[in-house]
Design a protein around this ligand. Structure first.
Ligand code: DHE
Length: 508
């Protein structure tokens, strides 16, 4: 049988040279990223191999990334696409010196509370920050008039919710490849940025507005930054009680407890780091290489305190007082942990793959409930937070990712974006009856997902997560569309007031 002619594969050594010649200026000589994103397997794992190939061949619109079709041969393009998805010959790291060298302060803002927004806006607390993943931009939208105020380029692939200072003036973004940026919503200027790692999970901002904590998976550490200008203050290697390194799953701000909470991906531990200067000292019971020894009293302020867990739990939801945390493991087991007694208080009988991180709380019929989506089961699970029992599994047309509500609406809105057939459906749940009362398909066939309410709960903003996509504004009482703004794959949108007041219907 005659074989079709296959061009000979290009040897790695030639691909490494091609990379140096064609890609290193923007993506860094060690593939750690520079003006362009890092090109390492960890950074590319969320991009389909066919998409990597397409971007090298055709470029990425609205960025500096030009297409190489015509400049490189097809086997060279295919070889490079394969090569950047392989681990590098030498393991990569990110040193403290590299982090410090990446730090840039663009402006020195006047931090006094005399400063007011430099543009016309009725209510600076009703601004929305919209993360547009299609072309890596952020839009700021006036939540009273639904008009765009500004749009600026972000780092590549922001992930997680932007976090705000308590006054709502400064917002912080984290990119998957380690950049943390501070932006001033009053002057509409980027204040500072720093690259804290090669792979970052997310950031949290302390409720006193003084600290930003970033959690990394590469290197496996936490980086504490000064919230005013993002200078690094301290790096915490993430090692468990046996000294074994762990990736960070996420960092959270437990405002009522004046502390950060850190979820670990590889160790059965939960960490709290108090940012209260008057925090009580504690016996660390915690050994690692930054000056803490087992059993030695440790200053409470800015030192990690470990809560041992029975299993690795890495997706969390907190009760409104941050006394309890509900945690889920990768294989779907879930428990309630007390942050006060630092131990397990209940098992949660959940099915599938609960997405506690998307949870909301609400009061109905005299009970406090928590509800969250499930990444592989077409239900919203409602948990009674007094008994820690499942109150109801509400069926929706497909597994959902994001769930949202607001104190001033009786409804919770959930997408089914994990389902190829129902990704265009938003289900509206009545919080009083725990029934789906309405379904919206704002743009049939397209991903309709991630809802956030205006400050007063009167309107819901829904992403059409496509490129080109839209931000659709819907009247939360009549469910009628009132306006749509063109956007480039808007992933998440965040209302300043709902975030800084920790609305029970949104993420914190
Ligand atoms: Fe996220 C938040 C983890 C995939 C969009 N995501 C978070 C948070 C965590 C998390 C821990 C809370 C951090 C915060 O807001 O500070 N996400 C994970 C994963 O482990 C997962 C499943 C796989 C991964 O590769 O990380 C994952 N996330 C996604 C996506 O595929 C999404 C849909 C698109 C994208 O851009 O990556 C996505 N995640 C988001 C968004 C938030 C988020 C929009 C903020 C939600 C909010 O409304 O606050």
């Amino acid at each position: 049988m005659q074989r079709a002619h296959q061009p000979a594969a290009i040897p790695d050594i030639r691909l490494a040279t091609l990379y140096r010649q064609q890609c290193a200026t923007c993506h860094g000589s060690e593939r750690l990223g520079a003006m362009g994103p890092a090109l390492l397997p960890e950074n590319l794992e969320r991009i389909k191999p066919a998409e990597v190939l397409r971007v090298i061949r055709e470029g990425r619109p609205a960025t500096q990334m030009a297409g190489y079709a015509g400049k490189l041969s097809e086997p060279e393009i295919q070889g490079l696409a394969r090569w950047v998805q392989q681990p590098p010959a030498k393991p990569v790291g990110w040193t403290a010196a590299e982090m410090r060298a990446s730090h840039r302060e663009f402006v020195k803002p006047d931090y006094s509370d005399k400063v007011k927004p430099a543009f016309k806006v009725n209510d600076p607390h009703n601004l929305f920050v919209v993360v547009e993943a299609g072309d890596h931009h952020v839009s700021v939208i006036d939540g009273d008039t639904f008009t765009p105020i500004t749009r600026f380029q972000s780092h590549f692939a922001l992930h997680g919710g932007p976090k705000f200072t308590p006054d709502g003036r400064f917002v912080y973004f984290a990119s998957r490849d380690g950049w943390v940026s501070q932006y001033d919503l009053y002057t509409l200027k980027k204040v500072a940025e720093i690259r804290v790692g090669i792979n970052t999970r997310n950031v949290a901002v302390s409720s006193d507005g003084k600290w930003v904590l970033a959690g990394n998976t590469l290197p496996q550490n936490l980086v504490l930054l000064d919230a005013r200008g993002l200078k690094p203050v301290r790096t915490y290697p993430v090692k468990d009680r046996e000294g074994k390194s762990s990736r960070v799953s996420a960092v959270y701000d437990a405002a009522p407890r004046n502390s950060f909470v850190v979820a670990l991906k590889d160790a059965p531990e939960l960490w709290s780091i108090s940012y209260d200067p008057k925090a009580e000292p504690f016996y660390s019971g915690f050994v690692h290489d930054y000056k803490m020894k087992e059993g030695i009293p440790t200053k409470g302020f800015l030192n990690p305190r470990v809560t041992p867990l029975q299993m690795v739990l890495d997706d969390f939801y907190f009760d409104p007082d941050y006394k309890y945390v509900m945690g889920a493991s990768r294989d779907g087991k879930a428990q309630v942990i007390s942050l006060v007694s630092r131990g397990k208080v209940a098992e949660l009988p959940l099915r599938g793959m609960p997405h506690l991180g998307s949870g909301i709380t609400f009061k109905a019929n005299g009970r406090l409930y928590m509800a969250s989506t499930n990444l592989n089961t077409p239900t919203v699970t409602v948990i009674d937070m007094q008994s820690w029992k499942v109150a109801k599994e509400i069926p929706i047309p497909g597994p959902g990712f994001f769930l949202r509500s607001h104190e001033d609406t009786p409804y919770a809105w959930v997408d089914s974006m994990m389902s190829p057939t129902a990704k265009d459906t938003i289900s509206i749940i009545d919080k009083r009856t725990l029934e789906v009362v309405r379904q919206l398909r704002l743009r049939p066939g397209k991903t309709n997902a991630h809802v956030e309410f205006t400050r007063d709960g009167r309107y819901a903003l829904v992403s059409i997560m496509e490129n080109p996509g839209e931000l659709v504004i819907v009247d939360a009482k009549t469910f009628r569309e009132v306006k749509a703004l063109p956007m480039s794959k808007p992933i998440g949108k965040y209302n300043v007031y709902n975030k800084v007041t920790r609305s029970e219907g949104t993420s914190h």
